[in-house]
Design a protein around this ligand. Structure first.
Ligand SMILES: Cc1cc2nc3c(=O)[nH]c(=O)nc-3n(C[C@H](O)[C@H](O)[C@H](O)COP(=O)(O)OP(=O)(O)OC[C@H]3O[C@@H](n4cnc5c(N)ncnc54)[C@H](O)[C@@H]3O)c2cc1C
Length: 486
C-alpha cells in the first residue's frame, strides 16, 4: 500500500455506492456538482502528500518504513501531537480555507477504542485484534475515514423497542460472515468517504438491560456496502458564482442521512457487539483525541474572523478609534484563548490508558467549549466591525457592469483599495458570516462533534477537582467526614 493520489481517491468513489441528492440518484460522486468541490479539496489533500515541499510536515513513516499521512499516525509522544497540529495547519494553509470532516479529525475516535484493548480482550480478543488492525489499515491504505454516531431519534420511548425492534441502529442477525445491521445515522462527508466508525451515541448504557444488547455494537463500515443508502442534503454552494461565494463554492461539506438497510458487516470489521460496557466506554472517551483536530479548525476560523475584521476597518481608517481597537482586541483575546488551550493541551499531554499520548484532557475539552461557545459572539463582533456593506453590496456581475462601473468606483474604492478588491473582501466576509453556508456552519459547530451538554459533561468528567475540595477543606477547617464526596 502507499499514500493515495487525488486521482486514485476520485476513482475509488466510483464503487457503485447509492447516493441521493436533490431528487436524483448520483452516478459518480466525484463528478456531481454538489460533491465535486469538496471531493477536489480532499483530492488536493491526497496530492499534497506527494509534494516534496510538504514532505516533512504531511507524512511520516511506520517502523517498517511504510510512508503514511502524518494525521493518521497514532500519537505516542508530545512531538507527535505537535506534528498533528503542524499537519492540520499546513493542510489548511494550502487549501486556503477550513474543512472539518476530511479524515484526520475523525480518526482519533478509533484511537480512543484502541486505548481500550485490555477491556476488549476481556470481552473477546477478536475485538482487540480488530481495532488494532483497523487503526493500522486506515493509515497504510490512506483511507478517508469518517464518524457515524448520531441516530435520528424520533420517539424516545421507542429507541430500544417497538416496530422493527427500535429506532436506534441495531443488529438484526448474526451469521458466519458477520453481523447484519439496520438503522440510520447522520454523518457529514459519508457520501465521499471510504469508511466510517459506526457506534452508538446515547449516554445511558448504565441501565444495563439485556434488551439494549443488540444496540451496543461498534464497527467499521465501507461506504459502498450493499444496502447502504446515502440520502444527502442539498449543497449550499453548488450553482453559485465562486467570485461571489468564495467559501461555500469550495468548502461546502455535505451531510448525509445514512440508511443501513440490512447491511452485512464482516466479522473482521466488528469492533464490539452486545457489549454495553464498550458502548458506554466509547461514548465517554470518543473525542479524547479528535477534539484537538476539531478545535484547531475553530482556531483557524477565528483567524479568518480577525483577518476579515482588521482588513475591513483598516481600509477606512477606523482603527484610529480606541473603541474599534478594543473590539479587535476582543477578537485577538478570543483567538489567543483557543491557541493557549491547544498549546497547553500538548505541553501538558497525558499518557492514555492504552499507552498513547493524548492532549491534556481538561485543557482540551475546556478549550473546545471556550472556542465553540464564544464563536457566535465573535462572529457577531466581526459582522459589526465589517459594517452594513456586508449585507447590501451587489454581486460581481452588477459591480462590473460598464453602465454603472463609474458609480461603483466612486462609492466603493477607498485609498489604495480598488472597488473590485473591496467587493472581494466583502464577499469573503459574507460567506464567512452571513450566507446560507455561514448559517449552516453555526449549527455544524454547535452539534457536529457532540451537542453542548455532552461537551460540558466531558469537561466535568476530565477535570480533577480534588485539589479544590482540599483547599476549601483546609481553609474552612472542615471535618473530613462531613466533606467526603459522593
Ligand atoms: C451539520 C451537522 C453535521 C453533523 N455531522 C455528524 C457526523 O458527521 N456524525 C455524527 O455522528 N453526527 C453528526 N451530527 C449529529 C450531531 O452529533 C447531533 O445533532 C448531536 O449529537 C445532537 O443530537 P440530536 O440532533 O439527535 O439532538 P437530541 O439528542 O435530540 O438533542 C436535542 C437537544 O435536546 C437537549 N438534550 C437532549 N438530551 C439531553 C441530555 N441528556 N442532557 C441535556 N440536554 C439534552 C439538548 O439541548 C440538545 O441539544 C451532525 C449534526 C449537524 C447539525
Amino acid at each position: 500500500m502507499a499514500l493515495m493520489t487525488g486521482k486514485q481517491y476520485r476513482d475509488s468513489l466510483n464503487d457503485g455506492r447509492e447516493v441521493y441528492i436533490d431528487g436524483e440518484k448520483v452516478k459518480n460522486v466525484a463528478d456531481h456538482p454538489a460533491f465535486k468541490p469538496i471531493v477536489d479539496v480532499k483530492a488536493r489533500m491526497y496530492d499534497l502528500n506527494h509534494e516534496e515541499k510538504y514532505a516533512d510536515k504531511v507524512k511520516t513513516v511506520l517502523p517498517d518504513g511504510e510512508e503514511i499521512c502524518r494525521g493518521y499516525k497514532t500519537p505516542e509522544t508530545k512531538e507527535d501531537l505537535a506534528a498533528i497540529r503542524t499537519y492540520v495547519e499546513t493542510v489548511l494553509d494550502d487549501l486556503g480555507g477550513v474543512v472539518y470532516r476530511v479524515g484526520d479529525e475523525t480518526i482519533g475516535e478509533m484511537w480512543s477504542l484502541y486505548d481500550a484493548q485490555d477491556k476488549l480482550n476481556e470481552i473477546d480478543p477478536a475485538y482487540a485484534r480488530n481495532i488494532k488492525y483497523h487503526v493500522d489499515r486506515v493509515a497504510r491504505e490512506d483511507l478517508f475515514h469518517v464518524s457515524a454516531n448520531t441516530d435520528p431519534k424520533g420517539d424516545r420511548s421507542k429507541l430500544f423497542s417497538g416496530k422493527d425492534g427500535g429506532t436506534l441502529l441495531h443488529v438484526v442477525e448474526e451469521n458466519d460472515k458477520g453481523i447484519v445491521v439496520k438503522g440510520a445515522k447522520f454523518e457529514t462527508a459519508a457520501a465521499y468517504a471510504h469508511q466510517a466508525f459506526v457506534k452508538p451515541t446515547i449516554l445511558d448504557w448504565e441501565a444495563g438491560q439485556e434488551a439494549m444488547a443488540p444496540f451496543a455494537c461498534g464497527f467499521i463500515c465501507d461506504m459502498g456496502s450493499p444496502g447502504l443508502k446515502h440520502i444527502c442534503r442539498s449543497s449550499l454552494g453548488a450553482g453559485k458564482n465562486p467570485e461571489d461565494y468564495p467559501v461555500s463554492t469550495k468548502f461546502e461539506e455535505i451531510d448525509t442521512l445514512l440508511i443501513f438497510d440490512n447491511v452485512l458487516i464482516p466479522w473482521e470489521n466488528v469492533l464490539f457487539h452486545r457489549s454495553l460496557q464498550s458502548a458506554a466506554y466509547i461514548r465517554s472517551t470518543l473525542h479524547r483525541y479528535s477534539a484537538f483536530n476539531y478545535t484547531l479548525r475553530v482556531l483557524r476560523r477565528a483567524d479568518y474572523l480577525l483577518g476579515a475584521a482588521l482588513l475591513n476597518v483598516e481600509q477606512t481608517g477606523l482603527t484610529k478609534l480606541q473603541a474599534v481597537k478594543e473590539k479587535i482586541a476582543q477578537l485577538i483575546t478570543y483567538r489567543e484563548g483557543i491557541n493557549a488551550h491547544l498549546t497547553a493541551a500538548v505541553a501538558n499531554a497525558e499518557r492514555s490508558p492504552g499507552g498513547l499520548m493524548m492532549p491534556n484532557q481538561s485543557l482540551l475539552y475546556t478549550g473546545r467549549i471556550f472556542a465553540l461557545t464564544n464563536f457566535p459572539a465573535m462572529a457577531h463582533l466581526t459582522r459589526e466591525l465589517v459594517g452594513g456593506q456586508l449585507a447590501v453590496t451587489p454581486d460581481t456581475t452588477t459591480m462590473s457592469d460598464p453602465a454603472i462601473i463609474d458609480y461603483i468606483d466612486r462609492y466603493y474604492s477607498v485609498g489604495e483599495w480598488s472597488a473590485e478588491d473591496r467587493g472581494k473582501l466583502l464577499y469573503f466576509a459574507r460567506d464567512l458570516l452571513n450566507s446560507s453556508y455561514a448559517g449552516h456552519k453555526v449549527t455544524f459547530e454547535l452539534f457536529a462533534q457532540s451537542p453542548p451538554f455532552a461537551q460540558y459533561m466531558a469537561a466535568y468528567s476530565s477535570f480533577d477537582a480534588e485539589p479544590m475540595r482540599d483547599l476549601v477543606r483546609k481553609a474552612a477547617n472542615l471535618n473530613p467526614k462531613t466533606s467526603l464526596t459522593v
